[in-house]
Design a protein around this ligand. Structure first.
Ligand SMILES: N[C@@H](CCC(=O)N[C@@H](CS)C(=O)NCC(=O)O)C(=O)O
Length: 330
C-alpha cells in the first residue's frame, strides 16, 4: 500500500502532466512514477491501458484526469480550483473540456504531421520510456514508434481535410490567449482553475515539438503561463466574470461555440449511431473524420454539468451570445 498518493504517468502525456500540475498546486504529497517504475501497481489498478493512474494511500486506483481531479477536490478542497463566480466556474468547466478534447487535436496533430516533429517526438517518447538507451537504440526504436504513430494521427481527426483547420484553430487561439493573459497569471485570475490544468497540459506538450514551438515563440505571455503552470502557485483570488469577459468571450465565441461544440455534438451523434465517418460544417469548412467514441461520454458529462446551472439567466446570456448554449441542451 502506498504511503502517499502515486501519480503514474508520463512527461509526454498531456493528461498526466495535467494531473501532476494539480497535485503540485494543491501540495498533496505524492510520488510521480512511470508505468515502468510501478508495473505491478499499474496492472493491479488500471482498468484501461492509459495514463494517468492515481493510486490513493488506501490503495484505490482512479483513472481519467477529470474524475481524478474531481475526486481529489472532494478530499482536499482548499485552495479550490473552482471559481466562486458561477459563470466563471461553468466557463472553466467548458474550457477544461475544450482543452482536453480539442487542445489534444493541436498537440497530437503537430506531433505527427511533419517530418521534423515526427523525428523530435518519436526520439523524445522513446528516450522517456528507455532511460539510458544508446543513441543507436533510440534511433531504431524511434523509427518504429514514428511509423506506428503517423498511421494513427487520424485518431484525433487529423487528416488532409482537417489539418489546415486544426492549425488555423491553434494559430487563431494563441493571440486570443495572449491578450487574455496580458494582465493575469492564470486564466481565471491569480490562481489556477480547472481549465488551466487541461489546456496547459496540451499546449505545454505541443511546445516540445519544433513547429508549434516556433509558432508559440511570438506569444510571451502564453509562454510565461506555460512555464508557470509546471508548478502553479496561489497568488491571490479568482476574478469575477465581468473582468474576465472582455478577452475570454472571444475564445468562447470563435473557438468553443464556433468550432469545438458543433464538432463535439456531431462526433457524439456519429459515435452513438455507430457511423464509420462523419462530416460537419465548422466555420464554413467541411470537417470529416472517424468518430472518437470516448468523447461522446465527455459531452454527456459536460451537458450534465450545464443542467446543474441551467437556471442562471446571466450564464445563459453569455452562452447564447457566444453560440455555446444550443450544444449544451440536446
Ligand atoms: N481521458 C483520459 C485520456 C488519457 C489518455 O489518452 N492517455 C494517453 C496518453 S496522453 C495514453 O495513456 N495512451 C496510451 C499509452 O500511452 O499507452 C484522461 O483524461 O486521463
Amino acid at each position: 500500500m502506498p504511503d502517499v498518493y502515486h501519480v503514474i504517468g508520463a512527461e509526454n502525456s498531456p493528461y498526466s502532466i495535467k494531473v501532476r500540475s494539480y497535485f503540485r498546486y494543491k501540495q498533496i504529497p505524492h510520488h510521480w512514477l512511470s508505468r515502468g517504475q510501478s508495473q505491478e501497481e499499474y496492472q493491479k489498478h488500471a482498468k484501461l491501458p492509459l495514463v494517468p493512474l492515481v493510486v490513493t494511500p488506501e490503495d484505490e486506483g482512479i483513472q481519467d484526469s477529470t474524475p481524478i481531479i474531481e475526486a481529489m477536490e472532494q478530499r482536499v478542497p482548499e485552495p479550490s480550483i473552482y471559481p466562486s463566480d458561477a459563470i466563471a466556474a461553468f466557463v472553466s468547466a467548458l474550457i477544461e473540456e475544450w482543452g482536453d478534447e480539442w487542445g489534444n487535436k493541436w498537440m497530437f496533430h503537430y506531433r505527427w504531421a511533419r517530418e521534423v516533429d515526427q523525428i523530435a517526438a518519436s526520439r523524445r517518447l522513446v528516450s522517456e520510456g528507455a532511460p539510458g538507451a544508446s543513441d543507436e537504440e533510440i534511433d531504431q526504436r524511434a523509427a518504429m514508434v514514428r511509423e506506428r504513430m503517423v498511421d494513427r494521427v487520424w485518431f484525433v481527426g487529423s487528416n488532409e481535410t482537417t489539418a489546415p483547420q486544426i492549425e488555423k484553430s491553434f494559430t487563431d487561439t494563441l493571440p486570443l490567449l495572449e491578450a487574455h493573459l496580458a494582465n493575469r497569471p492564470y486564466l481565471f485570475g491569480a490562481r489556477p482553475a480547472l481549465a488551466d490544468f487541461a489546456l496547459w497540459g496540451q499546449i505545454y506538450n505541443a511546445r516540445k515539438d519544433p513547429t508549434p514551438e516556433s509558432i508559440l515563440a511570438d506569444f510571451p505571455k502564453v509562454n510565461a503561463w506555460l512555464d508557470r503552470m509546471v508548478e502553479p502557485a496561489n497568488e491571490g483570488e479568482f476574478e469575477s466574470w465581468e473582468t474576465l469577459a472582455p478577452t475570454l468571450t472571444r475564445i468562447l465565441d470563435e473557438q468553443i461555440g464556433g468550432l469545438f461544440l458543433p464538432w463535439d455534438d456531431a462526433n457524439s451523434a456519429a459515435a452513438t449511431a455507430g457511423d464509420e465517418t462523419f462530416s460537419v460544417e465548422l466555420a464554413g469548412e467541411t470537417w470529416t473524420q472517424k468518430p472518437q467514441r470516448y468523447h461522446a461520454k465527455s459531452l454527456t458529462e459536460l451537458r450534465r454539468k450545464y443542467a446543474e446551472v441551467q437556471d442562471n439567466a446571466t450564464l445563459n446570456g453569455v452562452l447564447e451570445q457566444t453560440g455555446c448554449l444550443r450544444w449544451l441542451t440536446p
